[in-house]
Design a protein around this ligand. Structure first.
Ligand SMILES: [Zn+2]
Length: 319
């Protein structure tokens, strides 16, 4: 019965988007996840589904029409640039570039979270993980930044509220970086509670203090370890989540707070990711009929990324 299964949403275009040689946000990240889930047998227990494209209409739940049009325009202009012998990349910031496949990949990355939301709310799947890139949590209402173009999780949260009529959804963000884009889009939205923990001070230099009451931001210094993170989650996230009683939970699942990940300096391990996922499941089981949609954000050490996603998905899928 697939109603008890965890969905695994991905799309081939997500492996064609790339931002240049040596860029940490690389296509091999998805291969590392896929390989790990395959060799451990976890993939067999999941229901694999092809991610559709998000519609521009749905993207406008979280983004300005001009932002969407500008990205599409940049993609089209890039074709001319390449035809004229220019660079295969169009930069939106020094770390964030489009190639010929970025527009397509970004639509499927957002579309994965939307299709997962539909399937979980319909009861076809218990919960879902979206193995997609580009990631989303730095993408603001009106701009791309920090490897992100569309805010996959913010679009899906708004979609659950607007298209499915939910009244309260929670977002959990455990990426090492503050989800500034998600905060930009959803600060002050009475239908949303966002809880996050992130290294501070650190890129993108936001989140402290939070910009609205529905943002539960927990900044932690470099070299904070898993046990301390667990205490803070228990003390600062859980009471707010219990009080809010979310009808569905979205996860910005970044794994760059892992101790082996050089893009951040926090000390989490696979066991910490499993523990956090258990706590998310407890809240979802109590208030949200178990409904969780998790979408990949950061995580750049390929070995640690594969193991951490495996730990996260094992808890989602009860393996
Ligand atoms: Zn990150």
């Amino acid at each position: 019965m697939s109603a008890n299964k965890t969905g695994y949403f991905t799309h081939g275009s997500c492996r064609l988007h790339e931002m240049g040689p040596g860029h940490p946000e690389c296509p091999q990240r998805l291969a590392a996840i896929d390989d790990r889930l395959l060799v451990t047998g976890v993939l067999d227990a999941l229901e694999r589904r092809e991610a559709p494209e998000a519609s521009l209409y749905d993207l406008e739940l979280a983004h300005e029409r001009m932002h969407i049009a500008a990205l599409r325009g940049l993609g089209a202009e890039l074709k001319d640039q390449i035809a004229a012998g220019g660079s295969p990349y169009a930069y939106v910031d020094p770390d964030t570039a489009l190639n010929l496949h970025t527009w397509d990949a970004a639509l499927h990355a957002a579309g994965a979270a939307l299709a997962a939301t539909d399937a979980v709310i319909a009861g076809e799947l218990r919960n879902a993980f979206c193995a997609v890139r580009p990631p989303g949590h730095h993408a603001c209402r009106d701009r791309a930044m920090g490897f992100c173009f569309f805010n996959n999780v913010a679009v899906a949260a708004r979609y659950a509220l607007a298209r499915h009529g939910l009244k309260r959804v929670a977002i959990v963000d455990f990426d090492v970086h503050h989800g500034n884009g998600t905060e930009d889009i959803l600060a002050g939205d009475p239908g949303v509670l966002m809880v996050g923990i992130f290294q501070h001070p650190f890129y993108p230099w936001t989140g402290e203090p939070p910009s609205a009451d529905n943002m539960v931001n927990v900044p932690v210094p470099a070299y904070t370890r898993g046990m301390e993170v667990r205490e803070l989650v228990e003390l600062l996230w859980i009471p707010r989540l219990e009080q809010f009683r979310p009808q569905m939970i979205f996860v910005s699942a970044g794994f760059d707070a892992h101790r082996e990940d050089d893009l951040g300096q926090l000390g989490l391990t696979e066991n910490d990711y499993a523990w956090i996922t258990h706590r998310i499941r407890d809240i979802a089981d109590r208030h949200a009929q178990g409904r969780i949609v998790s979408s990949l954000e950061g995580g750049y050490n390929l070995g640690a990324l594969g193991r951490s996603v495996e730990a996260h998905v094992r808890v989602l899928a009860d393996l």
